[in-house]
Design a protein around this ligand. Structure first.
Ligand code: NDP
Length: 300
């Protein structure tokens, strides 16, 4: 039986991976609160020691510093978690001849143009989060001979903090909400990411030449304003009472944030779908499912 070490087991993607990885082997999940073995990415030596102790066949890393705006004033911490610890784990993973499975972001790109970015396009992050995630990717590519890196975007899940839940909260508190309409990308469910990861791992076990970097997002494109509109419409359809009456579309320039965001976050997933023989669903499917689930009143 394969031994899988899962870092970041309680994040949006980590939580879904706890479910999706189970059929592949024995899953040992850790997070910042783990006491017996270190799962804290502020301690690169500690997480490296965890890999040495567990001796997994596959390391899956869903842990990350994901506070995009806060990262602008916490470069050292973001680098420690997104790059330095990733490097330390990558070295130990390679020493075991194991696989390293990791996630990265659309924020490695500068957001110019309107074509979907592919894996060969040159990254040029606009913010600290993107910079540190790109550094993590590079360490894996330098250190590991067997790795899967999945760049994804706009992740949401029923469990965790994300745009869908933030919008639902605001919509119950406010009559009017303003949302940017000039950043384009694809909302991608943590469930989809976890299921695709499990499928890709099962293929990788017999086919080491799938090693590499992949773009993995739902199909279709939207912007945050349209995404918010769909969230409110679906939530109402599912029976939620919302206070919001008016949604204003605004530009990113009129909504300054500490971290600059790319306007074009479209990712081309052709490499992933061809290599792993999968079809990716439209982004609306997963969002509608999640809203139906979170909006359903508890049954007696
Ligand atoms: P979450 O923010 O939901 O989860 C991140 C996890 O990392 C949490 O469990 C968090 O634990 C953990 N973490 C934070 N600090 C540390 C630390 N010092 N040591 C160990 N674990 C730590 O992120 P997602 O699940 O959404 O992200 C999964 C991957 O996808 C990440 O690589 C992320 O960069 C990438 N990604 C995410 C996007 C998004 O929109 N969320 C978009 C594009 C890519 P705790 O809660 O205890 O702090």
């Amino acid at each position: 039986m394969k031994k899988i070490l899962l870092f970041g087991k309680t994040g949006q993607v980590g939580w879904e991976l706890q479910r999706a990885l189970v059929p592949l082997g024995s899953v040992i999940g850790v997070d910042t609160h783990s006491t017996e073995i270190c799962g804290d990415f502020r301690d690169p030596q500690g997480v490296a020691e965890t890999v040495r102790l567990i001796r997994p066949d596959i390391v899956v890393n869903a842990a990350a510093y994901t506070a995009v705006d806060k990262a602008e004033s916490e470069y050292k911490l973001a680098y420690l978690i997104n790059a330095a610890s990733v490097e330390a784990i990558a070295r130990e993973t390679e020493a075991l001849n194991a696989w390293f499975v990791h996630y990265s972001t659309d924020y490695v790109f500068p957001g110019t143009g309107d074509l979907p970015w592919d894996e060969n396009d040159r990254p040029a992050p606009l913010n600290v989060y993107g910079e540190t995630k790109l550094a993590g990717e590079k360490f894996i590519q330098q250190e590991c001979s067997k790795y899967l890196i999945f760049r994804t975007s706009w992740v949401y899940a029923a469990k965790g903090n994300n745009f869908v839940k933030a919008m639902l909260r605001l919509a119950t508190e406010r009559h009017e909400i303003s949302v940017v309409n000039d950043q384009f990308g694809a909302p991608t469910g943590a469930e989809l990411l976890a299921d695709c990861t499990a499928h890709a791992i099962s293929i990788a076990m017999n086919k080491t030449d799938v090693t590499g970097l992949y773009h993995l997002v739902a199909t279709g494109t939207t912007n945050w304003f349209e995404f918010a509109q769909l969230i409110f419409a679906e939530a109402r359809k599912a029976g939620l009472t919302l206070a919001v009456q008016k949604i204003n579309a605004i530009t990113s320039d009129s909504y300054p944030t500490p971290a600059k965001r790319p306007l074009n976050s479209r990712l081309n997933t052709t490499k992933f779908t061809q290599k792993f023989g999968l079809t990716l669903p439209h982004w609306e499917n997963g969002v509608k499912r999640m809203l139906a689930e979170v909006s359903t009143p508890a049954s007696v």
